[in-house]
Write a new protein. Structure first.
Length: 330
């Protein structure tokens, strides 16, 4: 829901889930905020969603909002984050400054549900460096001809917990971190070249991450109105065992995106993530389209192949799944 009146606007976007098998419900405010705009400065107060990044497989710079473990195996779904945001919109780009109170802990499914750990995760997390009461972030973006550039910094509680095993459950441990991020995107006709990198300290040994690749679009594919996108990306991460584990340490991502370019915004994306050090692969299919003015259908499927037991998501090897749902916008 969205409301606008002169310089003021308000947005409300809740997420509600009920699982029949476990008879458990979940509610989260994705967005619930008020925005005031004065010339080229915008202020936002409340729950908000911040999207940073240019790559497809995942966005290491996209650190403001917590990943929502209730919904998907991927990192696309995020939880709302309480914030005070100031955006300055000069002619040359954008400056974004954020104060982020109330650390949002990652939610995990219970052991009797699908896509979950073998033991529950305690509701009492650890903060070995002390909990940071208010996190902060800043991002500066600008462009030069065909090149888009963004530089960002974040200081506060990590969004990635390190799970510490106990006798009956797991404890989620959140370090206090500092992250620097870089985003580059170069556009030339039908070709996009993409780069994302981060430097992070606070989780044991300092480490870097990198995602880079390209997307090439074929318009009017097979004499239709549709567009076929060919995506190739490489992921690299040099963290050691003192940091939370990742599946993106040395992988190739391949994807095919089909956009019908119709009034229903029909879109399909089929992709695969292939580990260059192991034999494991993660296949994903997402699709969506409009039913009418207010309703939209969405579908998602994951298939895990030859998952090595050393992989961080090895516990999901028997949890390939398909889901289809509907979204109502008003």
């Amino acid at each position: 829901m969205w409301w606008n009146d002169s310089n003021w606007s308000a947005t409300l976007s809740p997420y509600i889930e009920y699982e029949a098998q476990s008879k458990q419900g979940f509610i989260n405010l994705r967005e619930a905020n008020i925005t005031y705009t004065d010339n080229n400065i915008e202020w936002l107060f409340g729950y908000g969603m911040i999207y940073w990044g240019v790559t497809e497989v995942y966005q290491p710079v996209n650190i403001v909002n917590q990943y929502d473990g209730h919904i998907s195996l991927g990192t696309e779904e995020k939880m709302g984050q309480p914030m005070l945001q100031a955006r300055w919109l000069p002619k040359w780009g954008e400056v974004q400054m954020l104060l982020l109170p109330f650390h949002q802990k990652r939610h995990f499914r219970e052991p009797d549900q699908r896509r979950t750990l073998t033991k529950s995760v305690s509701n009492h997390p650890l903060y070995p460096d002390g909990e940071n009461k208010v996190d902060s972030a800043v991002r500066v973006s600008f462009w030069q001809d065909a090149l888009d550039v963004a530089l960002s910094a974040f200081y506060g509680n990590s969004r990635e917990p390190r799970l510490v095993e106990q006798t009956n459950d797991w404890l989620a441990s959140y370090a206090k971190i500092f992250q620097l991020g870089t985003e580059l995107q170069w556009t030339q006709d039908d070709l996009l070249l993409k780069w994302e990198s981060t430097y992070k300290s606070g989780e044991g040994k300092d480490y870097e991450t990198l995602v880079t690749g390209f997307e090439y679009s074929v318009y009017g594919f097979s004499f239709s109105r549709g567009t076929l996108g060919l995506i190739t990306e490489y992921t690299w991460d040099n963290r050691d065992s003192s940091a939370p584990p990742t599946i993106y340490n040395n992988d190739i991502f391949l994807g095919l995106r089909w956009k019908a370019n119709d009034i229903k915004d029909t879109e399909f994306l089929f992709s695969g993530l292939f580990d260059l050090e192991e034999t494991s692969a993660l296949y994903k299919l997402t699709a969506s389209g409009r039913i009418n003015k207010n309703w939209k259908w969405v579908a998602e499927s994951y298939y895990l192949s030859a998952m090595n037991r050393n992989e961080p998501i090895a516990y999901l090897k028997n949890d390939s799944y398909f889901s289809i749902g509907a979204e109502y916008n008003f």
